[in-house]
Design a protein around this ligand. Structure first.
Ligand code: GDP
Ligand code: FO1
Length: 308
């Protein structure tokens, strides 16, 4: 069994590659839920949905999120009513949030809702939220504390960040099956996801980091950073705000207590020795994934590193 730790868009690319290289039924995907928020009275789980749509073959590769070919009629109408429209919810995507919200209101857990949605979409892989409890990444800025979606989408990651916290994480519990999957895995892949807002919250869920340290599985990470900057998004800005100089070395240091192997970009070959001195096997290759062939090649390299 292969366990994958992921956020949304960056992780979805590698997971797409993995589903072409191994039987998807072998995959258990543990997904960040600290980006979840409520808008229009609906429970939105952006990372779960990004991964779910990609696993179902519905994902929008160009945007990285949402459903391919979705329309925005409902959002236009909401806008006419004066509702908030900065978060672009497509018509089909809205159906996911309506169904999820209804089931949650009926007392169904987020993991059971996710299972139900994935079953309906014919997904063979197992997709687990990191927790059924509410955890929320809060971004502290010079203008006050805001949610991650407000910072990322509404404010286009412009406000200066002074800190990031995961509200609710200390008292949350890992979702059913998460710790068991980590212990039962032969390989665990830490996706090239945002280390602060995607992997950070997963590792902060009580029991997950400890399970990663104890499992007999090979743990392989892939960097989301080339040189001093993220391939996309604000990961480097958020690392700086956490007092860390952004680089693949810094990402590897953050995971070093769990890692067996780490994949960095060939442009960062000069960091290989420093990362290996953390006791981690390193390969330097091209970590950019645009075409499916690149996603598949990187997935194969991760599998090969685990076999080494
Ligand atoms: P989010 O929850 O939608 O932000 O998704 P993730 O946290 O999974 O992904 C965001 C991270 O993916 C960013 O830090 C990017 O640098 C990284 N990323 C995006 N595209 C690529 C890519 O092609 N290759 C790699 N290695 N990382 C990528
Ligand atoms: N990202 C954007 O940059 N703009 C959007 O309007 C937007 C809408 C959206 C709707 C549903 C969904 O599941 C994801 C959406 N995302 C959007 C992506 C989302 O903000 C990011 O993938 C992650 O939450 C960042 O971790």
């Amino acid at each position: 069994m292969i366990v994958v730790l992921t956020g949304g868009t960056g992780g979805a690319k590698l997971i797409q590659g993995l589903t072409h290289e191994v039987d998807p039924a072998q995959l258990t995907i543990i997904c960040n839920t600290a980006d979840d928020f409520v808008l229009h009275g609906l429970h939105i789980s952006p990372d779960l949905d990004t991964i779910m749509y990609h696993l179902a073959g519905l994902g929008d590769d160009a945007k990285g999120w949402g459903i391919r070919g979705d329309t925005y009629g409902a959002l236009e109408q909401l806008e006419r009513y004066g509702a908030e429209s900065w978060f672009k919810l497509g018509d089909k995507d809205l159906a996911t949030h309506i169904r999820r919200t209804e089931l949650l209101r009926n007392g169904v857990s987020l993991s059971a809702v996710t299972h139900e949605l994935c079953r309906a979409l014919g997904i063979a892989a197992r997709l687990l939220p990191m927790s059924d409890d509410r955890i929320e990444t809060r971004v502290e800025t010079g203008e006050g504390e805001i949610s991650f979606q407000e910072y990322f989408v509404r404010r286009h990651w412009r406000p200066e960040v002074t800190g990031v916290t995961y509200a609710g994480v200390e008292s949350c519990r890992a979702a059913p099956g998460v710790i068991e999957a980590i212990h039962a895995a032969a390989l665990i892949v830490i996706c090239p996801s945002n280390p602060v807002t995607s992997i950070g919250p997963i590792l902060a869920v009580p029991g997950i980091r400890h399970a990663l340290q104890k499992t007999a599985a090979q743990i392989i990470g892939v960097t989301p950073i080339i040189g001093p900057a993220a391939i996309s998004g604000p990961a480097h800005k958020l690392m700086l705000a956490m007092g860390v100089e952004p680089s693949s070395l810094a990402v590897a240091r953050g995971y070093a207590d769990c890692l067996d192997g780490f994949v960095i970009d060939a442009d960062d070959l000069s960091l290989k020795d420093a990362i290996e001195s953390l006791g981690v096997n390193v390969i330097a290759t091209s970590v950019r994934m645009n075409a499916l062939s690149e996603k598949r090649r990187l997935a194969r390299e991760v599998l090969a590193l685990a076999r080494q």
